[in-house]
Design a protein around this ligand. Sequence first.
Ligand code: MN
Length: 346
Amino acid sequence: MCDQIEPESIPRVIVSEKARRILENIKRVAVHSGDLDGICSAAILLLLSQSIKIDFLSVTEAKKAPAIYDLVVDLPKIGNAINIDHHETNYEYLSKYNLLEEKDLVDPNAPSATELLAKYFNLENDDHIRKITNIANLADLNEFTEEIYLIDKVIKCHSRDPDALMKIALAIAKYGDEFLKDFWLRSQVSRLEPLLEKCSKFSSYIIDETIKKRDSRAVVLHVESGIPRVCINDILHDFLEAGGQAIVLINTIHENDIYCPSLATDIGKQSARISMRVRKANINAGQFLSLFGGGGHKCAAGAKLSIEMLPEFLLEVFKLLSMEFGCVLYLNINKKILSNVFQSEL
Ligand SMILES: [Mn+2]
């Protein structure tokens, strides 16, 4: 179970009369489980009310969730809940089917859902709230500070563990951008540190094989095994930082994760998780992946695909990327390949 919340240990936030009236009708909330924007949204909700029940859901879970929520943040609308979100694909979907209501706040131009949540409850001028909003903005704009990088890793590691996510949200609620003052969070960071060193070696290998040796800026990467799940985002991020223009990662990892065991049962044997990142291109990642049941933003998007769809997905993704970038490389990664490359290094 999560730690008991001690009311005096959480900073007080002044809630306007209008916000209080809305809050009275909010008993149960769903927020995005996998990233800082969702967790920062949860932190603000903890500051607003101690009695709201918060569920952490992935996008896939949200799409199948029962209509039991009063408010849904950084996720697609569920049933008749108030929806606060900034995902372009969700906005387009809601507009297309006339599902956007007066009570919703869905703005694809907002840097984060946390910022929209703060606006919704008239908290924009609160200094403590502003610090929390800023964390979410930096994370969603991919402008990671060292601290944000570390807390993002702890979130990714525990994205299937609601008690841990609640601890992280509480640390942000309490300490704002000084969240590493939280003892538990710090202990998790030091536990993950040796793993993060490994992640950077994997990234370097991929960048060497594509950008450096073959001068290609677009890659489709299929990871089958051998890479800890927490490294996945680093690979995407590091590839673009090294001058890459587009990376599509197909994740069919099934093995247990020794560092982050709660992630082990993440995907079924019959599915592949797709992550796509593009930089300043005429490609809309969110729109492209929405053709495969996924979605997200222009530059960053995701989807969950059944294995049978993979051949067709590959045809479409190679067509899309090669029209924009010319040369597109395919790189397959598994345990065997990695052990040949790194020998005893890891
Ligand atoms: Mn977000």
